[in-house]
Write a protein that binds this ligand. Sequence first.
Ligand SMILES: *[C@@H]1O[C@H](CO)[C@@H](O)[C@H](O)[C@H]1NC(C)=O
Length: 212
Amino acid sequence: MKSILSLLPLASLLLPLGASASPCIPQGVTITAQQILHVAPNSTTCANAPASTLGECATAAQAAPALSAAFTKYTLTSKAEQAAVLGLIAFESGEFEYNRNHHPGVPGQGTRNMQSPAFNAKYAASIPAIKDQAEAVKDDPDAVLDLLVAVPEYDFGSGAWFLTTQCEESVRTALQSGSEAGWRGFIVDCVGTEANDARRKYWVRAVEALGA
Ligand SMILES: *[C@@H]1O[C@H](CO)[C@@H](O)[C@H](O)[C@H]1NC(C)=O
């Protein structure tokens, strides 16, 4: 009895804050600022961001905890899937300078994966803490986006939400293999865009950074 009691403080240290004791301890994902910098070297600083995007810019140091929390929340534990999402958001946000569409300026398009207003509405509705507020402003896509970009974990979480809730299981299975064909399938068949060289460069660096 005495020896079991002496183990308890150690066991509680191993549990994430707020987690209930369970035989299956959830594994947190950690993405470091250094890994993000390998993918998005411009994200060392926001000092060079134009005034028009300064409020949107995030450094790798700011991105790291938000992305780690999001990958943990959506149980994105496959390194190949993490690399695909990290490469996507680094490309789409101009290395984290933007979280809103400026060219041509589609109202409500944004978060770090620059998803469309329709996906942002679905995404906001999936987050209990903001779903009522999002419903109240649903006719104003920019206001829905405001709710999402206000919280770094939501802002950086859209890519993981999108992959885990909007892609076919077959797309995820192929992606998890780590092959280039799997990555192309994700970009073309789920994101719905061209798997071009500019995107591929970000993906390759993300694979290197995460050891995927
Ligand atoms: C990164 O910085 C370089 C040098 O300032 C610039 O030419 C390039 O466009 C930047 N890349 C992105 C994606 O913003």
